[in-house]
Write a protein that binds this ligand. Structure first.
Ligand code: A2P
Length: 334
C-alpha cells in the first residue's frame, strides 16, 4: 500500500483524538496528515508521532490532495463538508449519523460486511457506537441460527456525548460530593449518580416514543447485517461511566442455539473476546473494555422464558470499536 494523505475532521474532539491515537498505534502508512476543527481551535497544537501539529480550520477547500478523511465533527458538519471532500477525490469515513441510512452510502463494520465498502461513491459511514458492538456479536449467531428478533437495553458512557458532556459529569460529581447542587447545561437532568433514558440529550424523541439513538440501533442493524427481516427493539440509556458502552441483549433465533453452542461460535468470531465464568463471578465491564479494540461478551445464557433465545452482556469501548478503531479499520480496508 502506498502512503496516504490523511485528514481528520474534528481532530480536537474526544473521538478525533482517539483517531489520531489509533492511526499512530497502527503505524498507518501516512504521507501527510491534516488536523481540522472549528474556528475555536485555530492554532491549537496536537501531538502526533512525536511531532506537534497545528490544527487548521475546516473549510470547503481543505481536501485538495487528501486521499482519506476521517470525520467526527458532528452531523451538520459532515452533511456540509463530506460532499466537498468526495468531489475533491477524497474518500470520507464519516462517524456521524448524517449519511448512514443513505442507500448510496455503505455502512460498514469490517468484521461483518467488509465487502460493502466496494460500493462507495466517496463517502463510507461508520455506524452508531452501540450498533457496532452489537452486530459484531449478532453476525455469527445470525449466520448459524437466523436471528428473528433482538431486544436490547444499553448502558452508554458519557464520552459518547462529547468532551463537554464529560466535563459536566465530572463537575457534577464533585459538586454532589461537596454537598452543592449539580449544575446542568448539557444534560437535561444530572448525569452524575443517575441514569438518563434519553439519547441524544436533546430533541431525542420521535412521535412513536422511540429516541433517535434507539431507531439507529433498529435500522442500522438491518442495513449492516443485510437482512431487513430481523426485528429489533431498543431502550438506550446514558449512565455515569466515562468510557465503555454495556448492553443487555436478548436474541431470538429461528433454530435453537444452546449457550454452549453460542459460546463456541463467539470464541471464533473476529474482534470478540469472551469473559464469562459465572462460577468464578467473571463477566466483562466497561472498565475491561475501555482502551482496547475488542468487543467483550459475558453472561451468555439460554432465556428461560423462550424456547429459542439467548441472553448476553456485550461491552466495548465506544470511542474505539464504537468510533475511531472501526473508522481506521475501514481506512485500512481502503
Ligand atoms: P472544536 O474543538 O474546534 O470545537 P466533541 O465530540 O468532543 O465535542 O468534539 C467535536 C469535534 O468536532 C471537535 O473537534 C470540534 O472542533 C469539531 N467541530 C464541531 N463543529 C465544527 C464545525 N462547524 N467545523 C469544524 N469542526 C467542528
Amino acid at each position: 500500500m502506498s502512503d496516504k494523505h490523511i485528514a481528520v475532521a474534528g481532530a480536537t474532539g474526544v473521538v478525533g483524538r482517539q483517531m489520531l491515537k489509533v492511526l499512530e498505534e497502527r503505524d498507518f502508512p501516512i504521507a501527510s496528515i491534516k488536523l481540522l476543527a472549528s474556528e475555536r481551535s485555530k492554532g491549537v497544537k496536537l501531538p502526533f508521532k512525536g511531532e506537534s501539529l497545528e490544527v487548521e480550520v475546516l473549510g470547503e477547500d481543505s481536501f485538495k490532495g487528501v486521499d482519506i478523511a476521517l470525520f467526527s465533527a458532528g452531523g451538520g458538519t459532515s452533511k456540509h463538508y463530506a460532499p466537498h471532500a468526495a468531489r475533491a477525490g477524497c474518500v470520507v469515513v464519516d462517524n456521524s449519523s448524517a449519511w448512514r441510512m443513505d442507500p448510496e452510502v455503505p455502512l460498514v463494520v469490517p468484521e461483518v460486511n467488509p465487502d460493502a465498502i466496494q460500493d462507495h461513491k466517496g463517502i463510507i459511514a461508520n455506524p452508531n457506537c452501540s450498533t457496532i458492538q452489537m452486530v459484531v456479536v449478532l453476525k455469527p449467531i445470525h449466520d448459524a441460527a437466523r436471528i428473528q428478533r433482538v431486544v436490547v437495553s444499553t448502558y452508554q458512557a458519557v464520552s459518547g456525548a462529547g468532551s463537554a458532556a464529560l466535563n459536566e459529569m465530572d463537575a457534577q460529581t464533585r459538586s454532589v460530593l461537596d454537598g452543592d447542587p449539580p449544575k446542568c447545561t448539557i444534560f437535561p437532568v444530572p448525569i452524575a449518580f443517575n441514569c438518563i433514558p434519553q439519547i441524544p440529550h436533546q430533541n431525542a424523541f420521535e412521535s412513536n416514543g422511540y429516541s433517535t439513538e434507539e431507531l439507529k440501533m433498529v435500522n442500522e442493524t438491518k442495513k449492516i447485517i443485510g437482512d431487513a427481516s430481523i426485528r429489533v427493539t431498543a431502550t438506550t440509556v446514558r449512565v455515569p461511566v466515562h468510557t465503555g458502552h454495556s448492553e443487555s441483549v436478548n436474541i431470538e433465533t429461528q433454530n435453537k442455539l444452546t449457550a454452549a453452542e453460542a459460546r463456541a461460535l463467539l470464541e471464533k468470531a473476529p474482534g470478540v473476546v469472551i469473559k464469562d465464568d459465572p462460577e468464578k463471578d467473571v463477566f466483562p465491564t466497561a472498565l475491561d473494555a475501555a482502551g482496547n479494540h475488542d468487543t467483550w461478551v459475558g453472561r451468555i445464557r439460554e432465556d428461560i422464558s423462550h424456547p429459542s433465545a439467548l441472553d448476553m452482556w456485550i461491552v466495548s469501548d465506544n470511542l474505539l470499536k464504537g468510533a475511531a478503531w472501526n473508522a481506521v479499520q475501514i481506512a485500512e480496508l481502503l
